[in-house]
Design a protein around this ligand. Sequence first.
Ligand SMILES: Cc1cc2nc3c(=O)[nH]c(=O)nc-3n(C[C@H](O)[C@H](O)[C@H](O)COP(=O)(O)OP(=O)(O)OC[C@H]3O[C@@H](n4cnc5c(N)ncnc54)[C@H](O)[C@@H]3O)c2cc1C
Length: 369
Amino acid sequence: MSRKKGSLDLKQEVMDSGACANCGLCAGLCPYIKAAGERVALVHPCGLEEGNCYRLCPRTSTDWEQMDKRVFGRERVDHVLGNHREIVFARSLQMDAAEKGQYGGVVSALAAFLLEQGRVSGAVLAGGPAGEAPRAVVATNRDEVLACAGSRYSASPTLSAVHRAVKEGINSLAVVGRPCQVLALRKMQGLEDGPGYPPAVDKVEFVIGLFCFWSLETGIYDLLNRKAGGQRILKVDIPQDFLTITTASGSANIPVDEVRPLIRPACRLCFDPTSEFADVSVGSTEYDPRWNTLIVRSAKGKEIVDAARARGIIETRAYPEERLPLLYQAVRNKKLRVLQALESGQGAGYLQLTGQYREALQRERGMNQ
Ligand SMILES: Cc1cc2nc3c(=O)[nH]c(=O)nc-3n(C[C@H](O)[C@H](O)[C@H](O)COP(=O)(O)OP(=O)(O)OC[C@H]3O[C@@H](n4cnc5c(N)ncnc54)[C@H](O)[C@@H]3O)c2cc1C
């Protein structure tokens, strides 16, 4: 039987090794782990040899097959994109979300819809000016959701706000997060009752996952502000081979190779670029910036998307046939790169792919050669 593990193991295996994804869920769970700005750190050993901080970390061992069964009630058939019921192009039909959103505004539209329908009483988001590292926000109304629209490309530990919100009496939450954050939330939901059981476990009602192939260190904001020449940054985007900054005077491009050194090392070992365990996952289309790619995964995700469509909150259209292979190719390539890195001994062994999952990916590798 494997040894029990706690905060000191988390520090050694994840925080000190550079594997930390900065999701923030362990911070706020225990008083000894803090999220300070963009870093999560163990400020003092708690003395317990076993801890939920270790269990819920997205970079400690996770059994993908078991996670599929628990979250979706079934194993996956699609080993590239994970469980899904629908893959479509989508966009907000509400002008405020469509205009403020990074692309089609689907994330903001759905988060506001969940609040307005009373399905949740708070939404944990990442907000703040586009030219600064984001801060965690617990939005309780549409305006607060829209104020957080847009992508900040650093890995902020925004999930610490999940515990704060519950302490403040918000009892049903929607959470928007990167794939690592989605995985942490799902691991938390699988914790068994016992000492240190987080009250937030049954308060997360809906999880909106973002696509994320990598995130950046906060040094990116110095670079962005230098390139913006002191002007206020209104929007940052990464269309493909460059990063675009928009200010009141127009747009400037930075070649993506210039920002690559700022990619968080932990992201290079991330096996999940599309938030596979979310209720719905949302990304760009890499084709038309007015639309999003929307992957509807869970029964709850389908129910909310159907309701949002029926009420004219969002619209969807068929995924263009010629584009779908490109999405699969991008995700497959990322997974195979990570699998290779993990197999060569990098990483803390967080990924458990057993039996048919591993074989299926090995077949994908064969097909890809
Ligand atoms: C670090 C990062 C990397 C990404 N990489 C890709 C990629 O490679 N390919 C791709 O297709 N899409 C990527 N995305 C997703 C994409 O940028 C959009 O967020 C997504 O398409 C939703 O668009 P929207 O118009 O619906 O968003 P909006 O309606 O504008 O909503 C965006 C939401 O994202 C949240 N958010 C912003 N920054 C962060 C952050 N750092 N951490 C957690 N939540 C945040 C905000 O709270 C807001 O609710 C990435 C996003 C992030 C944050």
